[in-house]
Design a protein around this ligand. Structure first.
Ligand SMILES: Cc1cc2nc3c(=O)[nH]c(=O)nc-3n(C[C@H](O)[C@H](O)[C@H](O)COP(=O)(O)O)c2cc1C
Length: 162
């Protein structure tokens, strides 16, 4: 089985989750694609596509939205799973719906909201200011949901064994 994990990230959390997923999948050869430096992907080379992105100021990255828009028809004919990194728990379901269109959410074998990380050492001055102001957090924090990451992996493994 060949899996492409296609993601965008600002400070590395979504990439970290991509590797957690890729390293846990059974019987899979995995390739990773960061859409910010690797936008050309031949989807036909893969059995499964995992798409990940993260929320910054209410939206996920434009590169992932553009990729999905251009390839919706192909993605709807493939096995896919979606995940999202975000930290605003009360808004997370709405943010997931903004990040990924309904057609894909319904087609996906698993939709995972996996929490996120505040990486202060990678933020610029404005980002640090915003995070402190909005969340009250002022140092590097990880709130990744490993159970949700495993649920996504198990869903793909189960689909592959049918
Ligand atoms: C400047 C900034 C703005 C953010 N805005 C939001 C937001 O609007 N909603 C949310 O749920 N999380 C927000 N977050 C949290 C990120 O989604 C979280 O840090 C995520 O793990 C980032 O993943 P990445 O490093 O892969 O980009 C924000 C984080 C930063 C640094």
């Amino acid at each position: 089985m060949k899996t492409a994990i296609i993601f965008t990230t600002n400070h590395g959390a979504t990439e970290k989750v991509a590797h957690l997923i890729g390293e846990t999948l059974k019987n899979n050869s995995v390739e990773y694609f960061n859409l910010k430096n690797n936008p050309k992907i031949d989807l036909a080379d893969f059995d499964t596509i995992v798409i990940g992105s993260s929320i910054h100021a209410g939206k996920n990255q434009s590169e992932v939205r553009k990729f999905i828009k251009n390839d919706t028809l192909k993605l709807l004919q493939m096995k896919i799973a979606l995940y999202l990194c975000c930290m605003n728990q009360p808004q997370e379901q709405a943010e997931f719906e903004i990040a990924y269109p309904e057609l894909l959410r319904k087609h996906s074998v698993y939709n995972a909201i996996v929490g996120g990380e505040y990486a202060f050492e990678k933020m610029n001055f404005i980002e640090k200011f915003l995070v402190r102001k909005i969340s009250g957090v002022s140092s590097t924090t990880s709130k990744l949901r490993y159970t949700e990451i495993n649920n996504l992996v198990n869903s793909i493994d189960n689909e592959n064994s049918i």
